[in-house]
Design a protein around this ligand. Structure first.
Ligand code: NDP
Length: 250
């Protein structure tokens, strides 16, 4: 079912932990060569080691990149080895929600972090990949959104707004590439067990654990498998959107 993935090159942002790491591992298992990017090189090295252990024949390349900074993104792409220059699947996954904040308390710094990391980053990275996809008239761009893009929630107002914006960008890009063989997909997870809620709780692991203990949640591999499903369809068929939530989450 997933044989179309074999030999493809996938580029994943935010691959040092959580959903991005899980996507890298799952795609490598099905024979894709992977480019993993994030800011924390030590974490990427751990992901690389895990892939090499389970999928020794797979090519892996690590890119230290801050997706919120256009210059960092440009230099990350300049460092790609030749085998990774033609990217078949781009996964714009990096994203943050730094803080449990009511709108009345939102700091300007956190707003900028979310705008830059969750929205502008997707454009910076896509601009590096899309021209070559258009030249080759093939490829897939998968953006990791969130169910908060349709159901915002208190204390995550700005984060929800960035995911609304990401939905708009995804839909626009799909329309702008409609006369090509490029597919544009949005994956909308619900509550997933990752470092995301540790970041959201200002690094407080106990608060994050309390959140996960109180709410239904599922592992990042469930999201990775949804990405795998979308990416392995016949090119004539676009799976434009998948929502993945734990049972019990409205
Ligand atoms: P994690 O915190 O586990 O992973 C986030 C990843 O993004 C890390 O690899 C981190 O790497 C990377 N990242 C953050 N900021 C930057 C940056 N400026 N430049 C480059 N990389 C960056 O969280 P998840 O895996 O849960 O999150 C992945 C995506 O899923 C996000 O877009 C998030 O919004 C979305 N999502 C998550 C949900 C959840 O409940 N967990 C629910 C719905 C959507 P590093 O720090 O090394 O740079």
């Amino acid at each position: 079912m997933f044989e179309r993935i074999k030999g493809k090159t996938i580029f994943i942002t935010g691959a040092s932990s959580g959903i991005g790491k899980s996507i890298a591992i799952v795609f490598a298992e099905y024979g894709a060569n992977v480019v993993i990017s994030a800011r924390r090189m030590a974490k990427l090295t751990e992901v690389e080691a895990q892939i090499k252990q389970t999928s020794p024949s797979i090519k892996v390349h690590k890119v230290a990149m801050d997706v919120s900074c256009e210059e960092s993104v440009k230099s990350g792409f300049e460092s790609l080895p030749s085998w990774a220059e033609d990217i078949d699947i781009l996964v714009n996954n990096a994203g943050v929600s730094p803080g449990v904040e009511l709108i009345k308390d939102l700091s300007s710094e956190n707003m900028d972090t979310m705008l830059n990391t969750n929205i502008k980053s997707v454009i910076f990275v896509t601009q590096q990949v899309l021209p070559r996809m258009l030249e080759r008239d093939t490829g897939m761009i998968i953006n990791i959104g969130s169910i908060v893009s349709t159901t915002p929630r208190p204390t995550a107002g700005m984060y929800s707004a960035t995911k609304f914006a990401l939905s708009a960008i995804t839909q626009t890009l799909r329309m702008e590439t409609n006369d090509t063989n490029i597919s544009v997909v949005e994956i909308k997870p619900g509550i997933i067990e990752t470092e995301f809620n540790i970041v959201r709780n200002f690094g407080n692991r106990a608060a994050s654990k309390k959140f996960y203990d109180a709410a239904p949640s599922i592992p990042p591999s469930d999201v990775a498998e949804a990405v795998l499903f979308a990416a392995s369809r016949d090119p004539r068929c676009i799976v434009s959107e998948i929502t993945v939530v734990p049972r019990g989450q409205a």
